[in-house]
Design a protein around this ligand. Structure first.
Ligand code: NDP
Length: 240
């Protein structure tokens, strides 16, 4: 039977590329988003993939949203926790709101989205949980103490949850993209972006599709032995 994949933040950027690649690989895909109805409608018209609006930072909204996705599509067997935001600023000037919004969307979301699906995955003895972390969770990035902390937290989440579920046919992995050409990166100041690209050995930004194919591998039967791992896709930037 066709497996159901749910991608958070699936209507734009990396998430949209993941949805399209999973659809092409034969999965029944559902995409969630936060508030950009226009982008979601455009994505749905282009792909035929159903879209669902809720905040991944809100546990009750996630539980209700997942229940709707499952009622309309079937049990979620592949969960891609991709939704994320930045709210940059030096830590000594960072507000509590900047901190909390980023932790909530990038880290709390992992609990909120994964908790409602994990029992079903365990009962069915199959599941794929894939988290889109970041190079900046591995190396730290000035101006992004909030984001670096959240994305490093994503990696800890993956390592521990993988151990708990390795004997249940469930794999849990993180992908750590380097800088990818999406709206998130387009929002960076031009000079900062130039410096970033100069630091990438390949001398270019990554493409969303280059992250999406790693997700397809991890979702597939060929990816079954990989769990608790962090897959770095960053154009050659060194990561210890
Ligand atoms: P975009 O800003 O292009 O897209 C973000 C997506 O997430 C949108 O669909 C957005 O919905 C959704 N989203 C944001 N907040 C919420 C929320 N609270 N609830 C539900 N959905 C939400 O981001 P990218 O594609 O660039 O990034 C995707 C992931 O990859 C993120 O986790 C990011 O941190 C990570 N990443 C990105 C890198 C990059 O260089 N771009 C590098 C490394 C990691 P809506 O359209 O409604 O706003």
């Amino acid at each position: 039977m066709t497996k159901v994949a749910l991608v958070t933040g699936g209507t734009r950027g990396i998430g949209a590329a993941i949805c399209k690649a999973l659809q092409e690989a034969g999965y029944k895909v559902a995409a969630s988003y936060a508030g950009n109805d226009e982008a979601a409608a455009k994505f749905k018209a282009e792909t035929g993939i159903p879209v669902y609006k809720w905040d991944v930072g809100d546990f009750d909204a996630c539980a209700a949203g997942i229940a709707q996705v499952e009622a309309e599509n079937g049990p979620v067997e592949i969960l891609v926790n991709n939704a994320g935001i930045t709210k940059d600023g030096f830590f000594h000037k960072m507000s509590k709101d900047q901190w909390s919004a980023v932790i909530r969307t990038n880290l709390d979301s992992l609990f909120n989205m994964t908790r409602p699906v994990i029992e079903g995955m365990r009962a069915r003895s199959f599941g794929r949980i894939i988290v889109i972390s970041s190079i900046n969770g591995q190396k730290g990035q000035m101006g992004q103490v909030n984001y670096s902390a959240a994305k490093a937290g994503d990696i800890g989440f993956v390592k521990a949850l993988a151990q708990e579920n390795a004997n249940k046919g469930i794999t849990v992995n993180a992908i750590t993209p380097g800088y990818i050409g999406t709206d998130m990166v387009a929002a960076m100041p031009e000079e900062a972006l130039k410096r970033v690209v100069a630091g990438i050995p390949m001398g270019r930004l990554g493409k969303p599709e280059e992250i999406a194919q790693m997700v397809v591998f991890l979702a597939s039967d060929n990816g079954a032995f990989a769990t608790g791992a962090t897959f770095t896709v960053n154009g050659g930037q060194y990561m210890a």
